[in-house]
Structures are given as C-alpha cells and as structure tokens.
Write a protein that binds this ligand. Structure first.
Ligand code: DGL
Length: 271
C-alpha cells in the first residue's frame, strides 16, 4: 500500500489528486489531527511526531510512505530518510517538498521564485535549500502565512477575509518580481483558484494538484521493485489521531467526498 502522512486534514487534498491519477492502488492515510497544526510547532517536535506517523504506516503494511505535509517534509523528510538509510532499512519515504522544488526550478524563467508556507516550513529554509540545489542561480523569496490554515479550517475559504489575507501575504512576494509561486502548504490547494486570481495569470502557480500525482506515478515507473509489491485493491483506509467526527467532516472538504475514518492514539507512549 501507499501510505500518506499529514499533520491532519490538508494531506487529504494531496491524496485526492493521487487516487484520481493512480486509482488501482491501495492507500493508507494518517492525519495526526490531535496534534495539528504542525506549522507553529518546534522542529524537534515535528520530527518526532512525523517519525511516529511514518512508523505507524509502515507497521500497517505501507511499502512506501509519502509525507503529504509541507511542514513535516520541510522539517523531517531528510532526517527520516537518513535514519532509514543508516539502518539499512528498505523503507521508502518521499515528501511533497522535492517535487515542488523541482517543478518550481523547472518552471521559472526569470529565476525568481516565491514560496508561501507555514512558519515551520519557512523557518526551516527547506524550499530555499532544495530549489537552489536544482539551480543555484534561482532567488527564492519566502513568506509565512500563519493565518491561512485556521482560515481554511474554519470554513472561510470563500470569504472577503480570505481575499484580504492572500493579498497581504502575496504582496511582498510580488514586489520581488517573482514569476513562479509555490503553494507550500496543503491547505493552500483549497485556495488555489483564489490565489491565482489575485496574483494574476503571469505567475506560474505550483500546487499539489499539478505536481504530486505525476511525481508519484513517475517514481513508481522508475522503481518497479516497489511498484510490484504494492497492493492493487483500489481501497483507501483513513486513520486520524483526533476526534473522528471532526476529522470526517473537515476531511471531506479536502478529499472532495465523504470519508470514514478509524480513530487511533499516537502519543509519545506508543513509541
Ligand atoms: N499540513 C500542513 C502543511 O502542509 C499545514 C497544517 C499544519 O500546520 O499542520 O504545512
């Protein structure tokens, strides 16, 4: 199975695109909704929680785990990959960070890229590191947007407040003359059309919808040794660590259809 991990709900938006593109496979989704949001958390905590989540998915039969959360990818992907490599463990972990960074580097013409993300994502500098790893001449400008996650989670994505916040957060990036904008947080996918309208059609917007499904499809093509081991039962099983009803209600908005979750505890006592 393909496992997807997120701090809570937003990764369901990533899963939605991936399932649509690759419907044959079996999926496990874990949202650590009891401890979301990760954005304002300390990086050590994000690493510890993400590692627990990844282990949980492997223990339940995932052959490949994708960190669908930008904050978790930014703060923990590299360390988790190194940890499994060191242990000579055959556990494959991917994250949204790298495909986003590669897409941004490939698309920018002026070599000026803006990144919107949570406080944790911006503080980690991970997008800056990964985009300039592809092309050191690219200038990356980051903007943390702490009020967008609570805005989306409170159902205000179509409000005037949403417009005002997006204007406020994108203005400093537009002033830097970027030509490419990375939506570096799962929740911004819900705001994608609004953001595109506000920044204008001359800016390439990189979102999970156009990057992640193709990126996972390409990975599976390059790695038949992983692909052949994956279950092909077209099933999705959802797990959450917080309130089940809340997860199902809010999660349905991100996934685009009704979901039925299994509630789990994933506390420090479980590791
Ligand atoms: N999933 C997180 C991300 O993509 C957003 C929500 C949170 O802060 O936990 O960065």
């Amino acid at each position: 199975m393909i496992g997807l991990f997120d701090s809570g709900f937003g990764g369901l938006h990533v899963l939605r695109g991936v399932v649509k593109r690759l419907p044959r496979y079996g999926y496990l989704y874990l949202g650590d909704s009891a401890r979301a949001p990760y954005g304002p958390r300390h990086s050590d905590e994000v690493y510890a929680f993400t590692k627990q989540g990844v282990e949980f998915l492997f223990a339940r039969g995932a052959e490949l785990v994708v960190l669908a959360c930008n904050t978790a990818s930014s703060e923990a992907l590299r360390a988790i990959q190194q940890c499994y490599q060191k242990a000579n463990d055959n556990k494959k972990v991917l994250g949204v960070l790298i495909p986003f960074a590669e897409a941004a580097a490939a698309r920018t013409r002026t070599k000026r890229v803006g990144v919107m993300g949570t406080e944790g994502t911006v503080r980690s500098g991970a997008f800056l590191r990964e985009i300039t790893k592809v092309d050191a001449t690219i200038k990356v400008f980051q903007q943390s947007c702490p009020l967008l996650v609570p805005l989306v989670e409170s159902g205000q994505q179509d409000s005037e407040k949403a417009d005002a916040l997006i204007r406020e957060y994108t203005r400093p990036l537009l002033e830097k003359n970027i030509d490419t904008l990375v939506l570096g947080c799962t929740h911004y996918g819900i705001l994608e059309e609004k953001i595109k309208k506000i920044v204008g059609k001359d800016i390439h917007v990189i979102s999970d919808r156009d990057v992640m499904p193709e990126s996972i499809a390409a990975y599976l093509k390059r790695h038949p040794e992983v692909e052949t081991r994956l279950e092909k039962n077209s099933m999705v099983r959802f797990y959450c660590t917080g309130d089940k009803k809340h997860f199902e209600k809010l999660g349905g908005i991100f996934f685009g259809k009704a979901i039925e979750a299994v509630q789990m505890t994933l506390g420090v006592k479980d590791i």
